[in-house]
Design a protein around this ligand. Structure first.
Ligand code: ADP
Ligand code: MG
Length: 694
């Protein structure tokens, strides 16, 4: 270390005691530089500044206390354990050890003084307090009350790296700071001067070596808030940079509405809603700019995103480019294929579909078409972007039901363009993302929203019923079908294996066949071959089936407007987003629709809250907000997204209220303090996210 080193630039191995092995362990904690050590914050503190008399110990607190051994015994109640009763004259407490050595046992002589630190647990039957596996030290009577430690920070550590060694690293880093090394304060000077945020060094000191124990929730203290703010800012900037980087790339220019597009709108059986028209205009405007569109199209289930995708696709095709449409499941890819074929093949557009079942000759024929630009629109799943599939003139990539794809995959698609041209990207999602979350999770995308359902839809009425009402529900199905309705019966068993889920669906189908012998009942589940699934779906769509028993394979995108009654089994086990998706399969036609959420009592509070929300509203945005509260952001964005949003100190749900000011500050940094961008990203984002380099 030279005197004026910036700790952000010193590798962790510059610290004493950190060899390759420890460095490897630290890396797992996201620590690579000396500064990273300082940004690895404690998650709680222990007060060792005062010896508490045993009579004053309070259960639920971690305390330092001293006493004299009265009795040490090994007992076998369920599990072998050593109980040591100690007393200091004000009361007694029992120390319980499940793991102990002979020498430990021997040392617990009657009259021996001992200093302990631990969580005071419940009261045992004898009436005294108890501590399980306290930290302890034998002391002499003279040593009583002589404390060396004060407030101690407790850090998240990993195996092979304990609290004590980590504290030593922190200490070394602070010593370096005292000797003239520095950590750069990356917030705009003005914000600091105005006192809006604590200076970085003060914050770090306070967090690692507090004077008093912070309040229950450490995240609320100003020192912590400042770091949270900085991390969110860094993430915001990293995404803006990403977005800007993409915008600087070249993309083909498509002219707006052409002839085929106009014909297409004419042949449609309906008019686009105002919202659809607005969104189509936003998209076509992007497509003319010569830089890659990166647009997120958000619209609740049933809002008609597919037609919008077709319009975007036509813009590319009319300019002589190819379109790839990627769906999350084969079932959905197939459905899109049918729609697009029906809509577009009459207009001279060659629509093709590439699925897992296309092997050998069929596969070669399709991929040849793609390579030779004979196929205008190619529909498939992720497999479309395997290395082997080469597009001749890929101009637009449409990703349906985005929440299943991660940022990384989205970015990988840029490479599928021609030469230095990146394809445009349209990403569609029915999972409404709360605005605050979208600001981070999708900050690299522009946003379009379809906020209007096609006319003539009646909202779905939802009932919540216990399984004991099954007979009644079956009766309701009977009447419904007599009334000309079609019915979905959805089986869910989320914790079990897929095999069990399919089995459950088979059993459910048999029960229904028994109960409703006069009705035609079909079954789809994940273990059936794609063609089998498709055949059953077709029958249902053509109304030759009354009831479709299905696993959650129908969750995404399936569109059968005549189905107007849905029963969901074990609804209490599903998350809100999934329930909303499922329910979105009904309410697509002219008829009033109904959804019955069946549950097995007893309901947990959380489950009962979820089901009530479903009964109260069909508004996807309200449901998403609630979902975020109940489950947390990681779940909502899906695992991959959550992986990308890996924060050291921030929690996007807890800290959501900071995001507005983060956005404002980010603007300011970009305008006035460009020089802070790099250090901020380097400090907070670079290690965890390799994509930051555009
Ligand atoms: P989602 O947004 O959930 O993907 P879809 O694109 O599957 O919704 O559309 C749902 C249904 O609404 C489809 O049957 C579609 O043909 C129909 N639809 C779409 N737009 C309109 C419209 N403007 N008027 C009437 N029906 C429409
Ligand atoms: Mg859809």
């Amino acid at each position: 270390m030279t005197v004026e080193s910036c700790l952000d630039e010193l590798p962790i191995t510059d610290l004493k005691g950190v060899g390759e092995k420890i460095a490897e362990k630290l890396k797992r904690l996201g620590i690579a530089s000396v500064a990273d050590v300082l940004f690895h914050l404690p998650f709680r503190y222990e007060d060792r500044s005062e010896v508490v008399s045993i009579g004053a110990l309070m259960s639920g607190h971690s305390c330092l206390f001293e006493g004299q051994v009265e009795l040490a015994e090994v007992v076998f109640r369920g599990r072998r354990s050593m109980l040591v009763r100690i007393s200091d004259g004000t009361g007694f407490i029992t120390l319980r050890f499940f793991h102990f050595s002979n020498s430990q046992k021997k040392a617990m002589q009657r009259g021996q003084w001992i200093r302990c630190f631990g969580d005071i647990k419940a009261y045992n039957k004898g009436g005294g307090a108890e501590v399980v596996h306290p930290e302890y030290r034998l002391i002499s009577e003279q040593q009583r009350g002589q404390i060396e430690e004060g407030l101690l920070a407790v850090y998240p550590v990993t195996e092979g790296l304990n609290q004590a060694s980590f504290r030593k690293l922190i200490k070394q880093a602070f010593v370096m700071l005292q000797q003239g090394a520095f950590v750069r304060d990356c917030l705009p000077q003005q914000a600091l001067e105005e006192g809006r945020y604590l200076p970085l060094l003060d914050s770090l000191k306070e967090l690692h070596y507090p004077q008093t124990i912070p309040a229950d929730d450490v995240s609320h203290i100003p020192a912590f808030q400042r770091l949270i703010f900085e991390e969110l800012l860094a993430n915001h900037l990293s995404l803006s940079r990403l977005k800007k980087g993409v915008k600087q790339r070249a993309a083909p220019r498509f002219k707006g509405i052409g002839e085929i597009h106009a014909q297409f709108l004419n042949t449609l059986k309906f008019n686009l809603t105002a919202a659809q028209q607005r969104v189509v205009a936003e998209i076509t405007s992007d497509l003319q700019k010569g830089s890659p569109m990166q647009r997120l199209l958000q619209g609740d289930v049933g809002s008609g995103k597919t037609v919008v995708a077709a319009c975007a696709g036509l813009a590319a095709i009319e300019a002589g480019y190819q379109v790839a449409l990627m769906a999350p499941t084969e079932l959905l890819a197939e459905q899109h294929y049918k729609n697009f074929e029906q809509w577009l093949s009459g207009l001279g557009v060659h629509v093709t579909c590439l699925l897992g079942r296309h092997k050998g000759k069929a596969y070669t024929a399709i991929t040849d078409d793609i390579r030779q630009a004979k196929a205008n629109i190619v529909i498939g799943t992720q497999s479309l972007f395997q290395e082997k599939v080469e597009f001749a003139r890929l101009g637009l990539v449409i990703i349906d039901e985005q929440h299943r794809f991660g940022v990384q995959q989205r970015l990988a698609l840029r490479e599928k363009g021609m030469g230095n041209m990146s394809p445009h990207q349209l990403v569609m999602t029915a999972t409404p993302i709360p605005r605050t979350l979208a600001m981070l999770g999708y900050a690299d995308l522009d946003l379009s929203i379809i906020d209007e359902l096609p006319p003539g839809r009646t909202p779905v009425t939802t009932a919540v019923l216990p399984v004991s009402k099954r007979e009644k529900i079956i009766e309701r199905i009977r009447q419904g079908v007599a009334d000309g309705r079609q019915v979905y019966w959805v089986c869910t068993l989320i914790e079990e294996s897929e095999a069990l889920q399919c089995q459950a669906a088979e059993v459910a189908a048999e029960l229904l066949i028994d109960g409703l012998p006069e009705l035609k009942i079909g079954l789809v589940h994940g273990r059936m071959k794609a063609e089998e699934k498709q055949a059953v779906m077709d029958q249902f769509k053509q109304q030759s089936l009354d009831i479709l028993v299905a696993t959650t394979v129908i969750e995404v995108g399936v569109d059968v407007p005549n189905a107007s009654l849905m029963i969901i089994e074990n609804a209490e086990r599903l998350g809100l987003a999934q329930l909303h998706q499922l329910r979105g399969r009904v309410g697509r036609g002219q008829r009033d629709s109904h959804c019955v959420l069946m549950y097995k009592p007893p309901l947990s509070n959380n489950a009962s809250e979820r089901l009530s929300i479903m009964r109260e509203t069909t508004d996807g945005f309200k449901i998403a907000e609630k979902d975020m509260q109940l489950r947390g952001a990681g779940e909502l964005l899906g695992k991959r997204q959550a992986g990308f949003m890996h924060f050291k100190v921030a929690d996007i749900v807890r800290d959501a209220e900071l995001l507005d000011s983060v956005a404002i500050c980010a603007e300011d940094v970009l305008q006035e303090h460009e020089e802070l961008v790099e250090p901020l990203i380097h400090r907070w984002v670079a290690n965890s996210v390799e994509y930051a380099q555009v």
